[in-house]
Design a binder for this molecule. Structure first.
Ligand code: ARG
Ligand code: ZN
Length: 858
């Protein structure tokens, strides 16, 4: 029997807290299975006489006192998740509440709260982990200063803020900045630090420390460099200075997410800190830079100004993602950054918005908040800020941000507060724009053109399909950055932002010498789907001539998708030589930079192809889509045969590996060309040579999947020798597992992955390892996962069932692999449904996974 259904939390039920907490004193006596936590809270009544409700989960209550006096038994109500103190038992006015609790870090496999990772104590408190440490009103609108004392034999003991005192077996910390409990952190263990310092804009020296396990210190240099560049950038671009004497980062091997912005003590998944040429790929370096920046930027957007409640999560996450994307663009080039960001937005957020898990950027209800750390809240949340900036202009955006920091520093805010600063600065009403926060779904834009010999008329129509709970949609405010080109490729009308805020609108451009070719949504100026009937000739024209690099890339992609959707439904169809010619021209273009070329020469993902087939009214067969991609790739390789080899060889750089964007761009083009060359070589000899000469992980990870995909016996040897050299490095082993889960041909991927799970190094309780095998299989070996006999679905489901009682958060996330189930044929739908039902029927299923599966099935 299932116990009571977990409650639905609603934004409309928000109530201000009955009590505030001004200051928190904590003392930890650490022990792996019996840690004692002593808390002393300075409490202040806030809304009149009422009971005091504290959260607490998996805690053993030892004692509780108010103003130094124990409470009578009948003054307390203790449940599985709360401690309630009766109003009568509380004095009028301020009081102190002291609690002693015992917790079991080693028994905490959820990696939420205080837990142990390879013998080291660490915490994760966002969103609601602090309640697993001590009884507390665990909600972000309660901001307090914290003093922490840690007692243990561990050589390093860390918490938020500045160190105040320490001695043998103890350390004390004080954080002077009021913060919500979700930003609390504690770390203790045998760690070493990589040190540096930073001189802030006002001339204060800040100590910087990255803590890692002994042996990893030589892999911190890049993260430290990224941190210093982030700190400088936030000063220069947003005027934000760091506010403590010390900034610390700790790398942890067992972590549910990427990283966490705890005040002054960021905790990171080690894969986003540790890097050296031999263990990290260019992509890893890029992610490290972006995530270091993201967590650092949270110090102002998240920590100094936080969220009133968890419905406002996008207030900090959307803005911080937007800021880290701006930063990465400044570091690496805006065109390539934008294309990468949009690829990811489409792959994850558009997919979410089009399925049963669709929700607004600011959701209005949830069962488990951890299920709402989504691409919609993060990435679409960032897009909304980008649109706002486009609409008000860069200068007004800057003034609005300055006002935001000034007006709300030290507060827990809402989206209303955020919108208000823009309204106050610009004097415009943003009520309609605000719909982007409340209306789910990706708008579809249709385009109609008219030309009367002088005037060009562009008619745009917007429509958003229904999403769960939202049958009717309102028009949004959509910035459409547009330019017009002449038939000779000149720009007749340079980029202008048209504002589409009605269901349909017509824009007129007068006095044009010829019918122009429009370039719409330049730079992807809004997160929409453009449904424009456009010929492949026009696509080829824009691919060759558009001055906007995003749209140049976009046209190549649209052209390829058009061909692929035909190939996927008719394997006999021929491939238009014009496309192959356009790709060949692009490859030889001397004016394009290598990173851009690599993107433009890449084919869309298999999921994009499946979507395109569905757009055309068909039901996609994953295997046919996989084959279509192979065919087009092979055709491209055939067309460019001579050139690809020549350029591939010319890109061979004999110098030592450097992770800078230029070198990385050249490697990514070289990797793409290697992929093409391998299509023409049954023995993949070039990939073999590439691997043999590799002196860095990027090159290895370019060649290895090609050998695996080709089913070459050499792949086994390569895997064996990489394993022998790196079996003691978990980050490399994760890639070793992932390459096999991803690149094994779909026909026998399920068996190969099942075998990987038998490997002695498949430590399935470690989220990185679980994701490298099961997650990569379900998300990145699409045709293998969706094999018609259902072997892929069964494999995923068996593992989710095993993981759920251990780590609900990671289980729920991977259950999202089923969110597209309705896009498939009846046979596959029935198989997916049966497997989801197996999960739904489990006794004691977590509320995390229960909510996700419940919404998918609804
Ligand atoms: N705030 C963190 C970040 O964006 C993510 C924390 C996610 N935690 C969670 N339990 N879902 O950097
Ligand atoms: Zn964040």
């Amino acid at each position: 029997m299932r116990s009571e259904a977990p409650p639905m939390i609603k934004l409309s039920d928000y109530q201000a807290p009955a009590f505030l907490v001004r200051h928190v004193d904590l003392k930890f006596c650490l022990h792996p299975t019996a840690t004692r936590v002593f808390s002393r809270l300075e409490c202040v009544p806030n809304t009149g006489k009422s009971a005091f409700l504290l959260n607490g989960e998996e805690l053993q209550l030892i004692s509780v006192e108010i103003d130094g006096k124990p409470l009578a038994d009948d003054a307390l109500i203790l449940t599985e998740t709360t401690l309630e103190i009766a109003a009568d038992a509380l004095p009028d006015g301020d009081f102190t509440l002291c609690c002693e609790t015992e917790i079991n870090p080693e028994g905490n496999t959820s990696l939420d709260g205080l837990y142990m990772s390879k013998g080291m104590y660490c915490t994760q408190c966002e969103a609601e982990g602090f309640r697993k440490i001590t009884f507390f009103p665990d909600r972000p609108d309660i901001m307090a200063t914290y003093s922490v004392r840690i007692e243990s034999d561990e050589p390093v003991m860390l918490s938020n803020g500045n160190p105040t005192a320490s001695g043998p077996g103890w350390a004390e910390w004080h954080d002077p900045w009021p913060k919500p409990s979700y930003l609390f952190a504690l770390v203790a263990g045998n760690l070493v630090s990589y040190d540096d310092s930073f001189l802030t804009m006002s001339g204060r020296e800040v100590g910087l420390k990255i803590y890692v396990r002994p042996g990893d210190k030589h892999r911190c240099e890049y993260a430290m460099d990224a941190l210093k560049r982030s700190m400088r950038w936030d000063e220069q671009v947003y005027g934000r200075e760091y506010d403590l004497d010390l900034f610390m980062i700790v790398a942890v091997d067992d972590f549910n997410m990427g990283a966490m912005e705890n005040k002054g003590l960021n905790i990171f998944n080690s894969k986003y800190v540790l890097a050296s040429a031999e263990i990290a790929t260019d992509r890893d370096y890029e992610l490290i830079e972006g995530i270091i920046a993201h967590e650092y930027f949270h110090n102002w957007t998240g920590n100094r100004i936080t969220c009133r409640d968890w419905f406002q999560l996008c207030l900090k996450e959307g803005l911080t993602v937007y800021r880290d994307q701006q930063f990465s663009g400044d570091q690496r080039g805006h065109a390539v950054q934008r294309i990468d960001d949009v690829k990811m937005l489409r792959a994850r957020q558009f997919r979410e918005d089009a399925g049963p898990l669709a929700h607004p950027v600011r959701p209005e209800e949830y069962i488990e908040i951890n299920n709402f750390y989504t691409a919609t809240v993060y990435e679409k949340g960032a897009e909304v800020i980008g649109m706002l900036r486009t609409l008000v202009g860069a200068e007004a955006y800057e003034r609005a941000l300055t006002l935001y920091f000034q007006r709300h520093d030290g507060q827990a805010c809402t989206i209303e507060d955020w919108i208000k600063v823009f309204e106050d600065v610009t004097g415009t009403d943003l009520a309609q724009f605000k719909r982007w926060y409340s209306q789910a779904g990706t708008p579809r834009i249709s385009v109609k053109e008219d030309w009367d010999g002088n005037t060009y008329m562009l008619t745009l129509t917007q429509k958003t399909d229904p999403t769960p709970g939202q049958p009717d949609k309102q028009p949004l405010v959509i910035p459409v950055a547009s330019g017009l080109l002449g038939s000779d490729g000149t720009e007749l009308h340079s980029t202008e932002v048209l504002v589409l805020d009605k269901a349909e609108q017509t824009y007129r451009f007068e006095g044009l010498p010829e019918k122009p070719i429009p370039s719409l949504f330049r730079g992807f100026s809004a997160p929409v789907i453009v449904e424009r009937k456009i010929s492949n000739a026009e696509r080829a024209f824009l691919l060759a001539n558009d001055t906007d690099p995003f749209n140049k890339w976009e046209m190549g992609r649209a052209y390829a998708l058009d061909l692929l959707s035909v190939l996927a439904t008719d394997a006999e169809s021929t491939i238009e030589p014009d496309f192959l010619n356009a790709m060949a021209t692009l490859l030889e273009d001397q004016t394009l930079d290598p990173a851009f070329k690599a993107l433009a020469l890449s084919l869309p993902s298999i999921e994009d192809v499946m979507d395109a087939v569905r757009q055309g009214g068909g039901t996609p067969d994953p295997m046919a889509c996989y084959d279509a991609l192979s065919r087009l790739d092979t055709a491209m390789a055939g067309r460019m045969k001579g050139t690809i080899e020549q350029i591939y060889n010319a890109l061979d750089n004999d110098g030592p590996y450097t992770p800078d964007p230029q070198a990385a761009g050249e490697r990514s083009l070289r990797g793409r060309l290697l992929g093409l060359i391998s299509r023409l070589e049954p023995n993949v000899e070039t990939a073999m040579r590439h691997l043999a000469h590799a002196d860095n992980m990027t090159d290895i990870m370019q060649a290895l999947p090609l050998l695996i995909r080709a089913g070459r016996p050499e792949a086994k040897e390569a895997l064996g020798s990489i394993y022998e050299s790196w079996k003691h490095n978990d980050l490399v082993l994760d890639k070793w597992f992932a390459a096999q889960a991803m690149a094994t041909p779909p026909e026998h991927a399920a068996e190969a992955v099942a075998q990987l799970t038998e490997h002695p190094d498949f430590h399935w309780k470690n989220p990185n390892r679980f994701r490298s095998v099961i997650g990569v299989f379900a998300m990145a070996n699409v045709a293998g996962f969706h094999r018609a006999d259902g072997a892929g679905y069964k494999l995923l489901t068996d593992w989710l069932i095993r993981l759920d009682p251990v780590n609900p958060q990671t289980t729920a996330r991977l259950a999202g692999a089923f969110e597209t189930w309705r896009n498939f044929d009846d046979g596959r739908q029935a198989l997916m449904l049966g497997n989801m039902q197996r999960i739904a029927d489990l006794k004691g299923l977590s509320k995390d996974t229960g909510e996700i599966i419940g919404r998918i099935l609804e």
